[in-house]
Structure formats: structure tokens, C-alpha cells
Write a protein that binds this ligand. Structure first.
Ligand SMILES: Cc1cc2nc3c(=O)[nH]c(=O)nc-3n(C[C@H](O)[C@H](O)[C@H](O)COP(=O)(O)O)c2cc1C
Length: 361
């Protein structure tokens, strides 16, 4: 692998979300919300410091506003306290010679009203996600979202812009817009969740418009060279899917290419994936020509498959998720042919260090 494992995801670290003692100080959005805090203490940084990861880290998803954040104990980046908390993390990574970019998240319809003081979540259209939300009171069925107005869409674009500026303020080396996995941008992109008949719905060009505007706004604010985007083309996630994904995602990649961003990451589980399954084989090999910059591949890769796909020119780098949970020294283990420790899914999304820092096998 040598030169090729330069995009390393440590997304498993969301399991280390910390509960802050205080509600957000700048929390106009927080009225009525039981949402807790960011990693404002040094522990989170110490946890990262304890690892030996020195590549490019793509952070856990970070909320841009309370309106877009519906995961218990998840972090945000809209208040001074949150920015200061993240500074602990970015300092720890930089001290170790690593680089870290912030994945910015607006969850749209998968925010349960419990996180919004009882208000309705927002989406492209009046739809509800299937299955259940995780809330502070356990699992609850998702509720019907209301469509964002055109003015509100402009507001969310500004929320992304401000969050990107905050991320740079917090010491991140760049950001990644979370446009995959059935969250708000994906709810606009794919036609199962976007039923609009205005300039944000219907044609492919219209459905790509929100992604384009958010990416352009963020690129204008912090420089296109610090911006990446994550997409999930090859199947349904959280009830979001597209009836004809190849032309849609070709257009999305061409659009991002024109803006000149630093990377696109494709989260595409194989049809026999072990963490989500694709409806069809990954589209990366067909999408590759549409994006001129670095293309990062993800899901169910081991070192052998990663090297084969890099050699075949399907992507420029591979992002690893689960292998890093139990193997913070994953690149070294691959390079030296050492056995890999197994992660324990029971410890995912918990608040402690169990399953993370105690894996030494
Ligand atoms: C505990 C855990 C948390 C995750 N959190 C995120 C996240 O915040 N944002 C995201 O885009 N993907 C997240 N993912 C998905 C991973 O980024 C990745 O797509 C997935 O693990 C498949 O890659 P892998 O086969 O290398 O593990 C998470 C995965 C796990 C196991």
C-alpha cells in the first residue's frame, strides 16, 4: 500500500462523543432541545492523541446547526464552546503530525422532533424516513418532515458556509460536506426523497442545485482546495435512493469538478457488503472520468482489494472506517503484514473508550 493509504477515516470515533455539563452557550437554536454538548474538554483530544494515526483523518459527522442535528451526544460546530472543544482535537492531531478535516452534517428529515423542541424536521419534500430514530429516550419512529422554502434553502447554504469558517477557526485543515447516506443534501439529490417541482426538484440539474450552492458557498469561504464532498451513489440509505443513479451522480461529479474541490469520497458498499449493501455494484469505475480531482473509495475494503482498485485507476485513495476502530496503527499493520485486531460493534456509538483503546490483540 505504501503511498496509497493517505486517506484514512476515523469515523468510528463518533463513539467517543462526550456529554458536556453545560448546554451550548450560544444556543438560540437549542431552546427546548435536550441536545447535549460537544467534546469541549480535553479528553477527546487525549483519546486521539493516544492513537498513532498520522494520515488524513475525516472526522465524525459534525452538526452545523441544531436544526440539522438529531443524534444523541453528537457534536456540533456552531458555538464558541464547540469551536474551542474541537481545537483540542485538531491540536492533538497536528501535534502527532496528522491532518484532520471536519465532516459537516445537516441530517434533514432524520432529525427527530425531540431534538427540535417538538418542531418538525426539514427536508427537500414532505417525506418521512423509514424505521426509528435514536433519541435520548430510546428509539422512536421518524416523523414527517416539512419541505424547506427557497429562502430557507439559502439559509442552510449559509449555515454550511458558517460551519466551514468555524471549522477553520477550530484548526481543521479542511471540511467534507456530508452529501451521502440519506442526509439533507442526499435528500435533495435522489428522487425518492425529492418530490419538488421548483428549481430544486425534478430534473437532475435541479436536484444537484442545493449540493452545488452549498459547495460553492463553502469553497468561496475557505478555498476550494480545503473542501471535499461525500456521496453514496449505489443504493438506498435511510430510505433515500435514486431510480437512475449513474446520470445523476455523473452530473454531481462534473459540477464538483468545475468548482475545483479537493476530493470526492464515494461510500459504496458492495452488494454483499458487511455494513450496508449496495443495490448495484459500486459505480466508482464509471463515475471516475466525471471528476478531475482525487477520488476516494470506501466501504468493505481490505488492503488487497484497495491496492487492486488503486492499481486499476478506479480511485486515488481508500478511506477505511471499521479497521481503524481496533487498529489505530492500521497502516503499519498492513505495511508489516501484521494481523488485525477485531472491533466489537457492541461498543460503537457508546460514550466511553471501551472497544477502542483497549484493543491490543
Ligand atoms: C461507529 C461508526 C461510526 C460512523 N460514523 C460515520 C459518520 O459520522 N459519517 C460518515 O459519513 N460515515 C460514518 N460511518 C461509516 C464509515 O465512514 C464507513 O463508510 C463505513 O464504516 C464503511 O467503511 P469500512 O468498511 O472501511 O468500515 C461510521 C461507521 C462506524 C462503524
Amino acid at each position: 500500500m505504501k503511498d496509497h493509504i493517505h486517506a484514512q477515516s476515523v469515523r468510528p470515533y463518533p463513539a467517543r462523543r462526550h456529554q458536556s455539563a453545560q448546554p451550548y452557550p450560544d444556543g438560540a437554536h437549542d431552546a427546548g432541545s435536550r441536545h447535549k454538548g460537544p467534546p469541549a474538554d480535553a479528553n477527546y483530544g487525549q483519546l486521539l492523541r493516544a492513537t498513532r494515526i498520522r494520515g488524513l483523518i475525516i472526522s465524525e459527522a459534525i452538526g452545523i446547526t441544531q436544526l440539522g442535528l438529531g443524534w444523541p451526544y453528537a457534536t456540533g460546530i456552531w458555538s464558541r464552546q464547540q469551536i474551542a472543544g474541537w481545537r483540542n482535537v485538531t491540536d492533538a492531531v497536528h501535534e502527532r503530525g496528522g491532518r484532520i478535516i471536519a465532516q459537516l452534517w445537516q441530517m434533514g428529515r432524520v432529525v427527530h422532533p425531540d431534538f427540535l423542541g417538538g418542531r418538525q424536521p426539514v427536508s427537500a419534500s414532505a417525506t418521512a424516513a423509514p424505521n426509528h430514530a435514536h433519541t435520548y429516550e430510546g428509539k422512536k419512529p421518524y416523523e414527517l418532515a416539512r419541505p424547506l422554502s427557497v429562502d430557507e434553502i439559502a439559509g442552510v447554504v449559509q449555515d454550511f458556509r458558517q460551519a466551514a469558517l468555524n471549522a477553520i477557526d477550530a484548526g481543521f485543515d479542511g471540511i467534507q460536506l456530508h452529501a451521502s447516506n440519506g442526509y439533507l443534501i442526499d435528500q435533495f439529490l435522489r428522487d425518492s426523497a425529492n418530490l419538488r417541482d421548483d428549481r430544486y426538484g425534478g430534473t437532475i440539474e435541479n436536484r444537484v442545485r442545493f449540493l452545488k450552492e452549498a459547495t460553492q458557498a463553502v469553497a468561496n469561504a475557505i478555498g476550494a482546495g480545503r473542501v471535499g464532498v461525500r456521496l453514496s451513489p449505489n443504493g438506498e440509505t435511510q430510505g433515500v435512493r435514486d431510480s437512475d443513479p449513474l446520470p445523476l451522480f455523473t452530473k454531481a461529479l462534473e459540477t464538483l469538478s468545475e468548482i475545483g474541490i479537493a476530493h470526492v469520497e464515494l461510500r459504496e458498499p458492495p452488494v454483499d457488503g458487511t455494513f450496508g449493501v449496495g443495490e448495484i455494484d459500486p459505480l466508482a469505475r464509471y463515475l471516475r472520468p466525471a471528476f478531475k480531482g482525487p477520488l476516494i473509495l470506501n466501504s468493505d475494503f481490505d488492503a488487497t482489494r484497495a491496492q487492486a482498485e488503486l492499481d486499476a485507476g478506479i480511485g486515488d485513495a481508500v478511506a477505511f472506517g471499521r479497521p481503524f476502530i481496533a487498529n489505530p496503527d492500521f497502516p503499519r499493520r498492513v505495511a508489516e503484514g501484521l494481523p488485525l485486531a477485531q472491533d466489537d460493534p457492541q461498543t460503537w456509538f457508546t460514550q466511553g473508550t471501551e472497544g477502542y483503546l483497549d484493543c491490543t490483540n
